[in-house]
Design a protein around this ligand. Structure first.
Ligand code: UD1
Ligand code: CA
Length: 470
């Protein structure tokens, strides 16, 4: 008896299917949930286990799937890709997996097989499955769930309660359809017993496919032990096959992410309306107000307040900053900055500590110095604004001459009058001033004043016009 005895264990992920029900150009397993492709969530759960290796069966969109996984996998665990050229069903996919070059020897090891469309799966659940499989010394252990079985394969048991076989919904009769224990498509197999069982499958079923589920019956008929291990939380192994299931699964993941951050000391006024990608980092005492969407490599510092209604992508927010109604991408927002409402910070914006970006301000590729203010209605692009400078309402950097982009530099403590047009390339020196409405197309020395086009006064003009009209 090898009960309880250590056997090496590897994992196979079935990711070759097209995912027809998604009706998408994107392979199903690459659809993101909380910013991370579905398949990566499954891989993340696997790499948390002490596995020998992971074999991924790719097929539909193989190149994209392989590339995405290689780029985004955050683990050194050995991974091998095998291609299932024609998608003949899950049984065929498993057979293809066993051709992986990293599988050799007698097959005296265990194999977790998981589909790539179960993004809510937790490592603890897989570990429990493997433990029960070993404890029973089974040939195959099925992770099953007892809940609404609509759409899933039903687990049929004999009179003694032992697993008999799995029948797909489309192949089931009324009695089988009434069974509420369903197959999650997550299994643990003895590799050496799986291989011969797979060779005995036939595609005689409603879908004309080789069903991995059919190995249950084959193994049992050849005298091997097959057991079912019901999962504690039946919502965990749900499969995502269409957009409605995708949205439902994402909501569960989002709640998990939010719960984790709240436990770590982040305040969320309304977690149901707070959207934090799996890749985001938050520091304690950050506060996220409703309508906050944080994506990619966004980091929010301690004590910062984000929202309401702020959408930050790959943006780093300093401590105690306040970022309300702001859209930002690839931006750094310093400590104690106040930003918004209605600010748009585009890639390459660096907002220095204690600076203020006010309403209807757009920045791009711009360094805003410490304590500088851009309070209202401005465009600051390809620019460097010195410490403590003030940019008057309506000021814009005319950075584009129709052919090339040019830079604007505003010195420390400079005062740019309302509605100034800074025609780049141009430099305004430290402590210099520009008058309201000036068009500055030459450099302004430090401490100087650049005045622009004052309006001419034509006295009595309105009355004269009225006379002419008569
Ligand atoms: C499968 C199970 C069903 C179970 C359900 C749980 C079979 C026959 N049915 O059904 O009992 O209740 O999962 O979610 O196994 N794949 C390949 N190559 C193929 C076909 C599929 O790699 O040729 C992959 C898919 O990419 C997917 C996984 O296998 O990740 C499952 O395939 P899918 O078509 O979603 O199976 P279901 O019909 O959901
Ligand atoms: Ca499925």
């Amino acid at each position: 008896m090898s009960t309880g005895q250590y056997r090496p264990i590897s994992a196979v992920v079935l990711a070759a299917g097209e995912g027809t029900r998604m009706r998408s150009e994107t392979p199903k397993v690459l659809h993101p949930l909380c910013g991370r492709p579905m398949l990566l969530h499954v891989i993340d759960a696997l790499v948390a286990l002490p596995l020998e290796r992971i074999v991924v069966v790719v097929g539909h969109g193989a190149e994209r799937v392989t590339k995405t996984l290689q780029e985004q996998m955050a683990s050194e665990m050995p991974i091998e890709f095998v291609e299932q050229r024609v998608q003949r069903g899950t049984g065929d996919a498993a057979s293809v997996a066993l051709t992986a070059s990293s599988f050799d020897g007698d097959g005296e090891d265990d194999l977790l097989i998981v589909p790539a469309d179960t993004p809510l799966l937790r490592p603890e659940t897989l570990a429990t499955l493997a433990r029960e499989h070993r404890a029973a010394d089974a040939a195959a252990t099925l992770l099953t769930a007892i809940s609404d079985p609509a759409g899933y394969g039903r687990v049929v048991r004999d009179d003694a309660g032992r697993v008999s076989h799995v029948v797909e919904q489309v192949d089931a009769d009324d009695a089988e359809l009434a069974i509420n224990e369903w197959n999650t498509s997550i299994y643990c197999f003895r590799r050496g017993l799986l291989a011969p069982a797979l060779r005995r499958l036939s595609p005689e079923n409603a879908q004309g496919e080789y069903y991995l589920t059919d190995v249950v019956e084959v193994l049992r008929e050849t005298g091997h032990l097959v057991i079912a291990a019901p999962v504690a939380d039946p919502s965990e192994p749900v499969g995502v096959n269409d957009r409605a299931q995708l949205a439902a699964a994402e909501a569960v993941l989002r709640a998990r992410i939010n719960d984790r951050w709240m436990r770590e000391g982040v305040t969320m006024t309304d977690p149901a309306h707070t959207y934090v990608d799996a890749s985001v980092e938050l520091e304690p005492d950050a506060r996220l107000l409703p309508g906050t969407i944080l994506e990619g490599r966004t980091v929010v510092g301690a004590g910062a307040v984000i929202g309401p209604d702020s959408h930050l992508v790959d943006t780093i927010v300093g401590e105690r900053a306040a970022v309300r109604q702001t859209v930002a991408r690839e931006t750094e927002i310093g400590d104690d900055v106040t930003c918004g409402p209605f600010a748009h910070l585009r890639p390459g914006s660096h907002i220095g500590a204690r600076a203020h970006i006010g309403n209807f301000v757009e920045t791009k590729n711009a360094e805003i110095g410490e304590g500088a203010k851009v309070p209202h209605l401005s465009y600051v692009g390809d620019a460097e604004i010195g410490e403590g400078a003030n940019i008057g309402a309506g000021t814009i950097t005319a950075n584009y001459d129709g052919k090339e982009k040019h830079r604007t530099k505003v010195g420390k403590g400079a005062r740019i009058g309302s509605n100034t047009v800074l025609v780049a390339p141009v430099e305004v020196g430290d402590g210099a001033y520009t008058g309201a409405g000036s068009v500055v197309n030459r450099d302004v020395p430090p401490g100087a004043l650049a005045k622009g086009v004052p309006a001419e006064i034509d006295d009595g003009w309105a009355a004269r016009r009225d006379d002419e009209d008569e």
